[in-house]
Design a protein around this ligand. Structure first.
Ligand code: IPE
Ligand code: IPE
Ligand code: MG
Length: 242
């Protein structure tokens, strides 16, 4: 649900990142796009490790959108392999570091092997609370809202939900992000200034930061600079400040 309104926080509790620019980073160096994705996944590890020390409690990263299936089979399969490897290789470290890992997006379209690994790591890290890491895979804000609407419609038809009782809280709880706080800050790397279907509902009052840095070059220092800028912002949530 919405973060507590009014009081501005110096440190964003929930940071969401659109990790963009892997392909360009690789192409600029004359390498295949997948090399950029591999480097990008190394960056995720570093940011996950640095986040708790920066005061971040929730970190959500956009790894694969519902639109990314349009890419070549080679790139899509390479990315899926990378997600599997990340879970397998990081399970130990994530557990040791107190990271709770979860996923948002429609996982039914993913390979069964990957789906199993996702369920496995979610369960394995379920008791952790130092950092809540959420990875968006086959995620699209419109798709998430559509699936939520379908879920609620089914409940109405079943007589389990009165349409007049359908309020913002009910819709919020029907989303993949149920029980997660809204992001305070959304960062997009690579210089693009669009949301590309990310957290459309949840980011209604988020602050946005756009950096030209390509994701494979994004370091904890880049994040620290962005957090400093965020700290100077005034959040009003539609109200006025005295
Ligand atoms: C972001 O990097 C990662 C994914 C979308 C999977 P891109 O692959 O979009 O990199 P650019 O935007 O082509 O440079
Ligand atoms: C957004 O990046 C999706 C992810 C970072 C996973 P894209 O590269 O897919 O977005 P567009 O196509 O530039 O809008
Ligand atoms: Mg891109």
């Amino acid at each position: 649900m919405s973060s507590e309104s009014g009081t501005p926080r110096r440190i964003p509790r929930h940071v969401a990142i659109i990790m963009d620019g892997n392909g360009r980073w690789a192409i600029n160096k004359g390498w295949p796009r997948l090399v950029g994705h591999r480097k990008g996944s190394e960056r995720v590890k570093e940011i996950v490790r640095a986040a708790p020390g920066l005061g971040i409690e929730w970190l959500t990263v956009y790894a694969f959108s519902t639109e990314n299936w349009k890419r070549s089979t080679e790139e899509v399969l390479g990315l899926m392999k990378l997600f599997q490897r990340y879970i397998q290789r990081e399970a130990e470290a994530l557990s040791a570091e107190g990271v709770r890992m979860r996923f948002i997006g429609d996982r039914r379209r993913l390979e069964p092997k990957l789906q199993d690994l996702m369920a496995w790591i979610e369960q394995r890290t379920a008791q952790n609370s130092r950092l809540n890491l959420t990875v968006a895979i086959n995620y699209g804000g419109r798709d998430e809202l559509t699936r939520a609407a379908r879920r609620l419609a089914r409940r109405v038809v079943a007589g389990d939900l009165d349409p007049d009782a359908l309020d913002e809280a009910a819709l919020d709880q029907a989303l993949d992000t149920a029980d997660m706080p809204d992001p305070d800050l959304v960062i997009r790397t690579s210089g693009e200034t669009r949301v590309s279907n990310f957290l459309l509902w949840q980011a209604a009052y988020s602050e946005y930061e756009f950096t030209p840095v390509l994701w494979p070059d994004f370091t904890p220092e880049t994040l620290t600079e962005i957090l400093h800028r965020y700290g100077t912002r005034e959040r009003r949530f539609g109200g006025v400040t005295s």
